[in-house]
Design a binder for this molecule. Sequence first.
Ligand SMILES: Cc1cc2nc3c(=O)[nH]c(=O)nc-3n(C[C@H](O)[C@H](O)[C@H](O)COP(=O)(O)O)c2cc1C
Length: 215
Amino acid sequence: MDQKDIENLRQEYEAASLNETDVDANPMRQFDKWFNEAINCKVHEPNAMTLATATHDGRPSARIVLLKGFSDDGFKFYTNYLSRKGKEISKNPLGSLVFFWGDMERQIRVEGTIEKLDKNYSEKYFHSRPKASQIGAAASPQSQEIDSREALEQKMAELELEYADSEVPKPSYWGGYVLRPRYIEFWQGRRSRLHDRIVYKKTDNKNWKIVRLAP
Ligand SMILES: Cc1cc2nc3c(=O)[nH]c(=O)nc-3n(C[C@H](O)[C@H](O)[C@H](O)COP(=O)(O)O)c2cc1C
C-alpha cells in the first residue's frame, strides 16, 4: 500500500458520547455496562484484550489474551505461568490491559497489579474447558522455542492417548491471574478528534475519583 494511502486512512467518530454525569460511580459497573453493550452490538470477541507486561527493568511486551471474568476484584485471564508474560509478571506485577471495540468507537484502558488466582479457582476453570483445550495446554510449553509443529502434534497425540479414559490433570504451571485495577479509562470516539476520556483513579483501597482527560 502507498504511504500516502495509509496517511489518509482515518475515521470520523460519531456513534455516541460519554459524560461524567452519565457514568457509574463504580468503574467495574461501568465496565459491565459497556461490556454488555459490546455483546449486544455483536462486537467480534469483545473479551479479547491486549495485555501489556514488562520485565523487572521495564522492557515492555504485549499480546492478546481472553478476559474470562471480572468483578470488583478485577479482570481475570488464564495462561501458562512459565510463558514470557508469566515470567515477566513474577518479576514485575505491574500490568495493563486495552480493549478496542472499533464498531462502537470505544477503547478501555486498565492499569494495575497482577496476582495469581487461587489454585482451586484455576482448577475449576481448567476442567470446564473442552478436553482438547486441556490437552493442548498440557502439550504446549508456551513461549519456548520448539523443534517443529510435528513435535507439538506428536506430544498432543501422546497425551490424547494417555488421557483417553481419564481426566486431564491441570498442569501446575497453568492457571489464572487477576489484574487489580487502580486506573480505568473509558474512551469514546467523537467528531473532529474531540474524543471523550473519562478516567477512574483509585484514591485509597476502595474509593475512586473520576476525572476527564483531554483527547
Ligand atoms: C484472540 C486471541 C486470544 C488469545 N487468548 C489467550 C489466552 O486467553 N491466554 C493465553 O495464554 N494466550 C492467549 N492468546 C495467545 C497470546 O496472544 C500469546 O501468543 C501467548 O499467550 C504467548 O504470549 P507470551 O509469549 O507473551 O507469554 C490469544 C491470542 C489471540 C489472538
